[in-house]
Design a protein around this ligand. Structure first.
Ligand SMILES: Nc1ncnc2c1ncn2[C@@H]1O[C@H](COP(=O)(O)OP(=O)(O)O)[C@@H](O)[C@H]1O
Ligand SMILES: [Mg+2]
Length: 355
């Protein structure tokens, strides 16, 4: 069964060329969506003033739904006259003003949880900063935010700038040369867990768009695990430049990686994949730094990248220090060991790929 959120997702690929290419969804033009077994009806609202692009937009909306809906579904698009409610401020959720001076927005994603996505995101942020770039990171994992712990900022109270709820801005936490912001910084413990669906999506967008980032070379977004509606909506509405996918070397991970990759290649969003990082590539015991044990298999990530035709960005070893430093809130990338070197190497490749 098609859901309304599916249809809105499809329609968000339809951009209004006369309105700075904003999508008809974010412009609030979609007045109604009706779904029955064999029919989808969309009502678009246009202002009284004639819009020369009306026919084009109706056709594009119909095509977007038709292309994505299962075969045999009738698609109907109707228009109504509706004067936009004049609102002095665009809702902060769709206002990209705070990203004006952010050069590259990169999503860090994986098909499933526990592969070390947040560990890679935090260390990549620190490593990029060590290379001299200005970096920010948003923890978009509303269900299990781990960035506050990994950066030792769990007790920091986020400050706001401005009084008005619609326009006030979060001020990110600065530490290790990186601007961090997590849902865990703005909710009391446990509260994040009850956020679901549209509420989570809207909270996330607010974290990204209603924050005073200032000038950044890179804003990394530690995406929530999995590949659902929240992801598509986030990728669609935040102008991401590309994605780094994190995996582990096992064969079974291929399907997960493919899900992660497809999320960005989805026709509604179409973002480039910067590449694949293999985490926990081999185990090196603390006492025997020269030894490598390929406990999850060997070369799996590189093979996956080849099959999926995406660049392979490198390998991160499984070492006790990476977990310990994460638990202690002092990312491994700050150090001088081989693990730090692996993250610096990764940072160089990511920067090289997008700059
Ligand atoms: N390369 C690594 N070496 C050692 N421990 C790691 C490594 N990568 C991740 N971990 C540990 O694995 C656990 C899961 O990692 P995390 O980054 O939270 O995964 P995800 O964000 O994908 O759910 C954490 O305890 C983390 O410290
Ligand atoms: Mg995580």
């Amino acid at each position: 069964m098609i859901r309304e959120s599916d249809v809105l997702g499809w329609l968000s690929s339809v951009e209004h060329p006369g309105q700075g290419d904003r999508s008809i969804v974010s412009l609030g033009m979609v007045q109604n969506v009706e779904i029955s077994e064999d029919r989808v009806k969309v009502v678009l609202g246009f202002p009284k003033r004639p819009d020369p692009l009306k026919n084009y937009l109706v056709g594009a909306a119909r095509a977007a739904v038709y292309r994505n809906a299962p075969g045999g579904v009738d698609v109907e698009v109707e228009t109504v006259v509706k004067e936009p409610v004049s609102k002095p401020n665009k809702p902060a959720e769709f206002n990209l003003e705070q990203l004006r001076n952010v050069a590259h927005i990169i999503g860090i994603a994986s098909g499933k949880g526990g592969v070390g996505k947040s560990t890679v995101a935090v260390n990549l942020a620190v490593a990029l900063s060590r290379l001299g770039y200005k970096v920010g990171l948003v923890d978009a994992d509303v269900y299990g935010p781990s960035i506050p712990t990994m950066t030792g900022t769990e007790n920091v109270q986020i400050e706001m700038e401005g009084e008005d709820e619609d326009t006030s801005l979060f001020l990110p936490v600065e530490k290790y040369g990186v601007k961090w912001l997590s849902i865990g910084h703005v909710t009391s413990e446990g509260q994040a867990l009850i956020w679901r669906g549209p509420m989570a999506t809207s909270a996330l967008k607010q974290l990204v768009l209603q924050t005073k980032w200032g000038v950044l070379d890179f804003l990394l977004i530690d995406m929530p695990p999995g590949t659902g509606d929240i992801h598509i909506s986030l990728i669609g509405d935040v102008p991401m430049n590309g994605a780094v996918i994190v995996t582990t070397p096992q064969n079974v991970a291929l399907a997960d990686v493919l899900r992660g990759v497809n999320m960005f290649r989805n026709p509604q969003v179409q973002k480039p994949i910067i590449g694949l990082v293999e985490n926990m590539s081999w185990f090196t015991p603390e006492a025997h730094p020269e030894e490598k044990y390929y406990i999850f298999g060997h070369g799996g990530g590189e093979k996956m990248a080849e099959v999926l035709k995406i660049p392979f960005l490198g390998q991160i070893p499984l070492v006790q220090g990476i977990r310990e430093t994460a638990d202690a809130g002092e990312p491994a990338a700050l150090g001088t060991g081989p693990d730090a070197a692996a993250f610096l190497d990764l940072a160089g490749k990511v920067a090289g790929a997008v700059i």
